[in-house]
Design a protein around this ligand. Structure first.
Ligand code: ADP
Ligand code: ADP
Ligand code: ZN
Length: 217
């Protein structure tokens, strides 16, 4: 099974993708995580992407579709993919169709996380993650069980993204509205889109997504 989680920055895509990964053995493919790793490693892709990401704008379609294709090649044919933060433009949606078809895969669901825009800035400015394993937290909504200690790996170093500030979030939301939201009708026409209330508690959102994947939604 291959699914897309679609929604604006802060909608909960990464949080839900990692929960589905641990509960269902699917694999999260986050272009944001891949690009951040490239920036950190100083690869040619990273050098090109850094300033664009810091400004909250979109990295080129060719770069992100290229890294998605490479990552899918590393994935066992029996593993389902969760696309998190990709596709973000009509051109990327088109590339994804080709990338999947070339590998004998097909898209099963496009799940739109519907959230209230006012909540997004609070979600993003409060977001932090474990410096060791990448587990995702929030200052108010999703704190580690023991303060300062990662639930998953016991790590005690946490980090915040340089682009998780209010000014950049506004640009990212505008990019979502202008370039990403318009791809929903493409998938709607194919009967693939299902909506989930992304304002519900994290576990409730996961249940709603799992109901869709199990054909109960
Ligand atoms: P995205 O990947 O869509 O940008 P994240 O999954 O990183 O979003 O979530 C953004 C922030 O909001 C994180 O700090 C996360 O812990 C928190 N969060 C995610 N889902 C919810 C939810 N349903 N309710 C409250 N906070 C949430
Ligand atoms: P969020 O879900 O919080 O918006 P991501 O981690 O998905 O953030 O993406 C962070 C940044 O990486 C984006 O603002 C953009 O610059 C870049 N990026 C990630 N995925 C894509 C993509 N599919 N196309 C273009 N740029 C991307
Ligand atoms: Zn950790």
């Amino acid at each position: 099974m291959n699914i897309i989680l679609l929604g604006p920055p802060g909608a909960g895509k990464g949080t839900q993708a990692s929960r589905l990964e641990s509960e269902r053995g699917m694999v999260q493919l986050s272009t944001g995580d891949m690009l951040r790793a490239a920036v950190k490693a100083g690869t040619p892709v990273g050098l090109q992407a850094k300033a664009v990401m810091e400004a909250g704008e979109l990295v080129s379609d060719a770069i992100v579709s290229g890294i998605i294709g490479e990552r899918l090649d590393e994935l066992g044919a029996d593993k389902g993919a969760i696309f998190d933060g990709y596709p973000r433009t009509a051109a990327q949606a088109q590339s994804l169709d080709e990338i999947l078809a070339e590998r004998g895969r097909k898209l099963d669901h496009v799940i739109e996380l519907v959230v209230d825009e006012d909540a997004l800035v609070t979600r993003i400015t409060g977001r932090f993650s474990c410096g060791n394993c990448g587990a995702n937290y929030h200052d108010s909504f999703n704190q580690p069980k023991v303060e300062g200690v990662c639930d998953v790996c016991g790590g005690t170093e946490f980090k915040r993204r340089p682009d998780d500030n209010e000014a950049t979030v506004r640009t990212r939301m505008a990019e979502y509205r202008a370039k990403t939201a318009p791809i929903l009708p493409i998938y709607e026409a194919r009967g693939l889109v299902q909506r989930v209330d992304g304002m519900a508690d994290i576990a409730v959102v996961t249940d709603a997504i799992e109901a869709i994947l199990d054909g109960r939604g």
